[in-house]
Design a protein around this ligand. Sequence first.
Ligand code: 5RP
Length: 225
Amino acid sequence: MANEGEKEAAGRAGATLVRDGDVVGLGTGSTAYFAVVALGERVKAGLKIIGIPTSVQTADLARAVGIPLTTLDEHPEIDITIDGADEVDPQLRLIKGGGGALLREKVVASASKKVIVVADSAKIVPVLGKFPLPVEVISFARTVVEKKIVALGALPKLRTKPDGSPYLTDNGNPILDCSFGEIDDPPALALALSNIPGIVEHGLFIGLAKLALIGKESFVEEIRA
Ligand code: 5RP
């Protein structure tokens, strides 16, 4: 599949930017997967790094490929984070959380000196919002939050597992996937969502990524914020 090749090229390109001694934020998803695998190869070849995973899934993968792990409590400053995205706009504002790891991903990104986005070319959009915005909420507040999100102009849909039960994040919370359509003012929406009690985190990542590595058919394009 074309996108798989693009994801692998982007993920591997991201892994080359990691330097000896770095504390590395390890993203979640099918593109970050390739970065973690490539980092595992570099570790086997002698690279000394320590990783902070953004999900249980990534922690398991990192252990399997031999990347030593640490916690944010031990290393609250991260040198470089490599993570995927569901949408990337020309200012490197992102929608994230398709894989459900948005909360830990945002905490890790916010603690990072450099955030590198790795993605296939389908993720590049002129305006954010075609991909439903993931919003992590506490179960107690779900219905109240849904009403407030509807008032902001979106259709929230509870994310479910294949058996129909609510999907829960690694933090034990449900996710509302919110179809806003084109988001004209992402910072204003981010602020409005952050001000709703009961929302734990939303998937708008603004001002966090400084470089995106986008897999194209035969090369990797660099986009800087
Ligand atoms: C997980 C994420 C992922 O980075 C995002 O969903 C992109 O995933 P993929 O690389 O599989 O397309 O935000 O919460």
